[in-house]
Write a protein of this length. Structure first.
Length: 160
């Protein structure tokens, strides 16, 4: 397991560019709400810790992870964002639905990164169990939301 020996919340502030002038959009899936809220909290906490102003963080909700691409696209079209974070959680079930949603979501977010000048950060957990998702959204492995926020800051700084 890739995160077994890594704390997803850990970062060294001395290696992170100044973020106080950046504006971030966060699109959050409502599906698996308990997981996505944990990821969102981790992302916001890290952004604020790195100097982003509360008023420079905009949140939009979408029904599920499949809809993240469209939500991110609309947010980018609104303009004024230095980076967007797509937050979702897809947990393996008994059907192939998991595979289709994960594939389409990752492809859609990649497409946005190719088609626009605004970086879109992939913060979508694709876990086999609910416990794995809990462990990565503020549990024993830290918070993937914090890791995504740091990636968003670093990518936003590329454009400056």
């Amino acid at each position: 397991m890739a995160t077994a020996n890594k704390n997803l919340s850990a970062y060294d502030k001395t290696t992170i560019p100044s973020a106080n002038k950046f504006r971030f959009g966060i699109v959050v899936s409502e599906w698996n709400h308990e997981i996505t809220e944990g990821l969102y909290s981790g992302a916001v906490k890290a952004l604020l810790d790195c100097g982003v102003h509360d008023s420079s963080i905009v949140r939009w909700n979408v029904p599920g992870s499949f809809e993240l691409t469209h939500g991110c696209k609309k947010l980018i079209q609104q303009g004024g964002f230095d980076a967007v974070i797509a937050i979702g959680s897809v947990i393996q079930g008994e059907t192939k639905h998991f595979d289709f949603v994960c594939s389409a979501t990752s492809q859609g977010i990649m497409d946005l990164n190719v088609q626009t000048d605004v970086p879109v950060i992939f913060c979508v957990l694709t876990d086999n169990t609910l416990q794995q998702a809990v462990d990565r959204s503020g549990g024993k492995h830290g918070n993937k939301g914090a890791e995504a926020a740091i990636a968003a800051i670093k990518m936003a700084a590329l454009g400056t």
